[in-house]
Design a binder for this molecule. Structure first.
Ligand SMILES: [Zn+2]
Length: 127
């Protein structure tokens, strides 16, 4: 996994993020954070890089919230400098290039894998 800067991720979002899912990536369609579909492998996707790599300094847990909007809501802004986007990997559909953010939440006894479309309209411009 190679490192991606917020600027690079913004560019990926602007280039391919607005297009609809194709038949290959439609199982992952998720305007808000969804648990990764357990019935699907991720073979249709390829990793582009990550906003944070293990070993780097721990990124902030601060979040950017709109009042009344849950962090996992489709309406939640994507702020690349804040949690959870700052710990995300960026993957793209092998067929059409549509980009997705992937986030893994590690609990004591579970691992929650989530995925969200990298939609440029949700990107927050806050640094
Ligand atoms: Zn696709």
């Amino acid at each position: 996994m190679s490192p991606l800067s917020p600027e690079q991720v913004t560019r990926i979002a602007q280039e391919h993020g607005s297009q609809p899912t194709c038949s290959a990536c439609s199982p992952y369609a998720s305007p808000g954070w969804e648990s990764f579909p357990g019935t699907e492998t991720d073979e249709a996707l390829q990793p582009l890089g990550a906003l944070w790599l293990p070993g780097d300094e721990e990124p902030t847990l601060e979040e950017v919230r709109s009042p009344g909007v849950d962090a996992w809501s489709p309406l939640a802004p994507i702020s690349l400098a804040h949690h959870p986007a700052n710990r995300c990997e960026v993957w793209a559909c092998r067929a059409c290039g549509k980009p997705f953010l992937r986030y893994t939440e590690y609990g004591g006894y579970y691992e929650d894998r989530r995925i969200r479309e990298l939609d440029p309209r949700r990107l927050s411009s806050q640094p």
